[in-house]
Ligand binder design. Sequence first.
Ligand SMILES: [Zn+2]
Ligand SMILES: [Zn+2]
Length: 221
Amino acid sequence: MQYRCTICGYVYDDAKESVPFAELPDTWQCPWCGAPKSSFEPIEEAPVKDIVSEVAPVAEPITAPTELDPDMQKLSAGQMAAFCSNLARGCEKQYMPKEQELFNELAKYFAKHAPKVEDATVESVSVQLQQDLDDYKSVMQTAQDHGDRGALRVCTWGEKVTRILSMLVNKYQKEGDAMLQDTDIWVCTVCGFVFIGKTAPELCPVCKVPAWKFNKIDGRR
Ligand SMILES: [Zn+2]
Ligand SMILES: [Zn+2]
């Protein structure tokens, strides 16, 4: 029997392990992403198809909107800052240093104008993450309906990373600072995956980049 981590996709194969999955203790965690044992699902006979590869190829080229989409106009300064810094990162990956610099400049501009969040408590973060997870469902459906594979891939990563963050925040609410004692926090600079542990994972379980793409966070102020 094989079991797959619903968070990162790690597969536990009874045939290859000395202990069958069913006999692992409840405290056992996914070796890739640290998700609890309860996040694993048995793999059915037919392999689960990758949602990204299921999308039909795009028939017509997608034309860029000439006017600003009304949805975009609703974005807050904070959201625009995140949006622009992500685009800067995208430009960096595409070796477009000039565009990268311009998007970074825009990100800084928006960040400066974003109001401080008054109720930035662990609880409000937890609520926001849950809201994001709910929103991903319709966003992914829209991407699928439009056959937009790029958007679907972004959503697939984003949804996984958000699910992991939500799990970590819930854990923090239960355990408090004890959870972060004698350990480090690592963030994948490509997809945002967060890992709690002494060393960064060999490969990012979400986007598969190597350990050197992880940044150690020591934000204990
Ligand atoms: Zn996992
Ligand atoms: Zn990653």
